[in-house]
Ligand binder design. Structure first.
Ligand code: C2E
Ligand code: CA
Ligand code: CA
Length: 581
């Protein structure tokens, strides 16, 4: 006896002496289509072998259950209301549903339900019959939909984008039209994903997708082609101005805050635009050039759009040359000779005017490019992994110079070293720092390490463990450029840091911009309440100093006191400040 027959034999209204009943029983058992019977209260009283096979459940798991157990929950309450209405009035319903297997996977079925009534007209049974949907068109349509759509946002995916763009390009060519391709990348999305979790990130992407759709016409294509990368294709534009207008609209729509769970989030876009035919006439070239333009938009300060220009490739060429020069310069570093040098900028105690420390800032004097500012070469070093050897050199060189300074009789000056995210992630960092301190016979309190806010927020668990170990060694840690990232102070509280460095951008307009003044005021108060010391960067005027002093900012740094200076000049500066030490 098969399991299904065991289930079928529980069929209550069938009389074994009734020939039609027996015929039904045998049809029920042998049908290749899944069938089930419920009683008047819609509890399953019989299931056949085919349904057992399809659903993955055993008869025991199904008998007595509401058939809801098989449903994928995709249908709306209205859908079920219609179904019950039909059953009540016509004793029959037919439609398409998604069933759910025991393992959770969903499969589409055509469902027919027939009502069996007793002599008094009351419902005795519902008999449900599940047929496979004709694979030739409906399932194929569905599979095609899944293959061409991004399940998260429901937008066309990369595959769909490429084929639709290729088709639009053929039309443009035939009809002599222009087309614009926009590549949209969200600023700081990674931060949100890493700190608030993928679930929040997913919800944000769904909102962004909706807002993007609202910004364009039905005939325009919006697709998601990567994590936080979207494209918009405007298949018929009169002039680039149209693309600029749409880009501006997207910027302002996306820049509004997003309310997700209990968070208020911001996800501004950086947009790169390439045009057919002037920037390329195939999908690959247009996408590559839009990508180049998008990077320029990011470098130009985010939340803006840039049209691709051929000059951008020149800039990329220059970047490549700089990378090569940088590589050679790093390979050639020797104690006697280096294109790199450290300059030092004093940090002043607000209440006394005393020099408490120095920040070491890297300089590159390239024979080919001249004096290259760190904002230009640090990012190249970071993108290429060169920051590792270069950062190691900065740590060793700083320690060496502190030893020289001490030998000159200058003590009590702590020197801050800037660290990139990659250095922080490298397992050698602790050994390296300990080695350099030991080598020059220094104390952990002779140095301080600065990590930017965004670095501290990347990969929080790993960062926390490294920072804990550095802190346990007795090294003071500071968060640099504070206020530019998305960190919550709630998270920072868990980091073993002693200092917050308020970003220069807030200090610059502190007297004129009420927003910046409010941010400075709040950050200093909040920082103090967490027991942190506050450092203000970029103090250039006495008015800024007075304002910050009024807020009890502990330490000041900026051109008002001194620009960064070469090592020898720093020694002279300190000798003049500390004549008796
Ligand atoms: P940062 O760490 O925020 O350093 C402060 C920057 O502000 C320095 O620029 C400094 O010269 C400048 N600055 C200080 N006071 C004032 C002021 O009153 N007004 C103005 N307008 N600017 C002021 P610098 O030396 O060009 O360095 C730029 C950035 O390069 C640094 O920003 C830091 O992020 C990075 N950097 C410098 N040296 C290193 C290093 O050894 N390693 C790493 N990873 N990054 C470094
Ligand atoms: Ca710094
Ligand atoms: Ca800074």
């Amino acid at each position: 006896m098969t399991r299904a027959t065991a289930a079928a034999s529980t069929l209550p209204p069938l009389d074994k002496d009734d020939p039609s009943g027996l015929a039904f029983l045998s049809a029920f058992e042998q049908s290749h289509e899944g069938m089930l019977v419920t009683d008047g209260e819609n509890r399953i009283v019989a299931v056949n072998e085919a349904l057992i096979r399809q659903s993955g459940y055993t008869p025991e798991e199904l008998l007595g259950q509401n058939p809801r157990i098989l449903s994928s929950a995709r249908a709306t309450p209205e859908f079920y209301a219609d179904m019950w209405q039909a059953l009540a009035t016509k004793d029959y319903w037919e439609g398409e549903i998604w069933n759910k297997q025991k393992d959770g996977s969903n499969y589409p079925r055509r469902l027919k339900i027939t009502v069996v009534r007793g002599p008094d007209g009351s419902v005795r049974n519902y008999v449900a019959n599940f047929t496979e949907i004709d694979a030739s068109h409906e399932v194929a349509d569905r599979l095609a939909y899944l293959a061409y759509h991004d399940p998260l946002t429901d937008l066309p995916n990369r595959l769909a984008f490429e084929s639709q763009l290729a088709q639009s390009l053929r039309i443009c060519e035939r009809e002599n039209r222009q087309l614009a391709l926009m590549l949209i990348d969200l600023d700081n999305f990674k931060n949100i994903n890493d700190t608030l979790g993928h679930h929040v990130g997913d919800l944000l992407l769904q909102d962004v997708a909706l807002r993007l759709r609202e910004c364009v016409r039905i005939s325009d294509l919006v697709a998601r082609i990567g994590g936080d990368e979207f494209v918009v294709v405007l298949p018929e534009i009169d002039s680039p101005l149209t693309a600029a207008r749409v880009a501006t609209k997207i910027q302002s729509n996306l820049a509004d805050s997003y309310r997700i769970a209990e968070h208020v989030l911001y996800a501004t876009p950086s947009i790169g635009i390439s045009l057919y035919p002037i920037d390329g006439n195939d999908t690959g070239t247009l996408l590559r050039n839009a990508d180049t333009a998008m990077y320029h938009a990011k470098n130009a300060g985010r939340n803006n759009h840039q049209f691709y220009t051929a000059r951008m490739n020149e800039a990329a060429g220059e970047r490549l040359q700089m990378e090569n020069e940088l590589r050679q310069a790093i390979a050639a570093i020797s104690p006697a000779n280096s294109e790199f040098a450290l300059h030092f900028q004093p940090q002043i105690e607000t209440s006394t005017g005393r020099v408490l420390g120095m920040e070491a800032l890297l300089r590159w004097n390239s024979p080919r490019f001249g004096m290259v500012p760190p904002v230009r070469f640090i990012s190249i070093a970071e993108d290429t992994g060169l920051i590792q050897p270069l950062g190691d050199w900065v740590i060793w060189e700083t320690c060496r110079l502190i030893r020289v300074m001490k030998r000159e009789g200058i003590t009590g000056i702590r020197v801050a070293i800037n660290m990139s995210a990659q250095q922080l992630r490298h397992e050698n960092l602790l050994l390296l720092v300990r080695g350099a301190l030991d080598c020059y016979d220094l104390l952990p309190s002779d140095i301080e390490l600065e990590v930017t806010e965004s670095t501290a927020m990347e990969n929080p668990e790993m960062t926390l463990s490294i920072l804990d170990q550095l802190s346990a060694m007795g090294i003071v840690l500071a968060i640099d450029d504070f206020g530019t990232g998305y960190s919550s102070l709630a998270y920072l509280k868990h980091l073993p840091i002693q200092r917050l460095k308020l970003d220069r951008s807030f200090v610059t307009d502190i007297e004129t911009d009420p927003n910046d003044a409010a941010i400075c005021t709040a950050t200093i108060a909040l920082g103090h309440s967490l027991g942190l010391e506050l450092v203000a960067e970029g103090v250039e005027t006495e008015a800024q100093r007075d304002f910050l002093a009024g807020l009890n900012c502990d330490i000041l740094q900026g051109y008002l006191y001194s620009k960064p200076m070469p090592f020898d000049a720093m020694l002279d500066y300190l000798r003049a400040k500390q004549p008796n030490e």
